[in-house]
Write a protein that binds this ligand. Structure first.
Ligand SMILES: NC(=O)c1ccc[n+]([C@@H]2O[C@H](COP(=O)([O-])OP(=O)(O)OC[C@H]3O[C@@H](n4cnc5c(N)ncnc54)[C@H](OP(=O)(O)O)[C@@H]3O)[C@@H](O)[C@H]2O)c1
Length: 259
């Protein structure tokens, strides 16, 4: 690993939002990345922008077979691997009594089981001095009425991260997590429907999105949502912070300051 931090990094969810911002932060700093996600075309757009520096490995992380050997495949593409970032995630807002079985399983698989399994792979594959960073959420520590499954998965992810930090320490492989508040990405723009609410007209959907974003903005004392680039830079810092392991970095515009 170079003195300026990890340089060869696999990023799940690296085609969009926070994961893409992590990839671009690393690429701008001279690193090389492999990005993964289900939509090959989204990943390929980054590869086209950074030829010879960014590579794509499309993969459905909900599938144990598909994620088997993923870190070794990424290491083969880059000639070694010293960083792993898990940014892939799914949220389905549903209150108790209306939590669908499929939504429950999908959120647990992508937000908790996949990062545990990939983190185990990282312990084997990452070079000494390398690091893994998991994108959790402030909802891990402060749930809302509709986030039982997502909050449980992200809270579990923090414990997984700490165990991986302990397990990797002897080889000098670090682990940490970032807990963003609400960040301006596709996930945040998705309109949250009430139980039983049907599809919305385009006009109503746009109006509801505006209301939703305004109320999410108001949760943050700094008065705005986070930008993916702000989280991307924080993750790049965590990857390269050579005496930091087992830590949780809250990056939330002050959201958790409020009761
Ligand atoms: N936005 C926020 O306010 C916020 C706040 C706190 C934490 N987070 C966390 O930040 C992370 C990134 O989210 P984001 O805000 O950047 O939203 P996003 O743009 O929707 O990113 C989610 C990513 O996860 C990937 N993904 C989802 N299911 C997958 C699966 N089964 N297999 C492989 N990849 C999968 C998606 O790619 P494909 O659809 O192509 O598979 C997508 O690239 C998530 O872990 C989220 O929980 C977000």
């Amino acid at each position: 690993m170079s003195a300026t931090g990890t340089r060869k990094v696999l990023i799940t969810g690296g085609g969009t939002g926070i994961g893409r911002a992590v990839a671009e932060a690393l690429l701008r700093a001279g690193g090389q990345v492999v990005v993964t996600g289900r939509r090959a075309e989204v990943l390929e757009s980054l590869v086209r922008e950074w030829p010879g520096k960014a590579y794509a490995l499309p993969c459905d992380l909900a599938s144990p077979e598909a994620r088997e050997g993923l870190l070794r495949r990424a290491a083969a593409l880059l000639g070694g691997l010293d960083g792993f970032v898990h940014s892939a995630g799914q949220v389905v807002h549903q209150p108790p009594g209306h939590i669908g079985e499929d939504a429950l399983r999908a959120q647990l698989e992508v937000n908790l089981v996949a990062p545990l399994r990939l983190g185990e792979q990282a312990l084997e594959v990452l070079e000494p001095g390398g690091a893994q960073v998991f994108v959790a959420s402030t909802l891990a520590t402060r749930p809302v009425l509709t986030s039982a499954v997502y909050s449980a998965a992200k809270a579990g992810l923090l414990q997984v991260m700490k165990v991986l930090a302990l397990a990797g320490a002897a080889r000098g492989v670090r682990a940490s997590a970032v807990l963003p508040g609400v960040v301006e990405t596709d996930m945040t723009r998705e309109v949250r429907l009430a139980p039983g609410e049907g599809p919305l007209s385009p006009t109503e959907s746009a109006r509801r999105q505006e209301v939703q974003l305004a109320s999410l903005r108001a949760l943050h004392p700094l008065g705005r949502l986070g930008a993916p680039e702000e989280v991307g830079e924080a993750v790049r810092y965590l990857l390269g912070a050579s005496w930091l392991t087992g830590s949780e970095l809250v990056l939330d515009g002050g959201l958790l300051l409020r009761e």
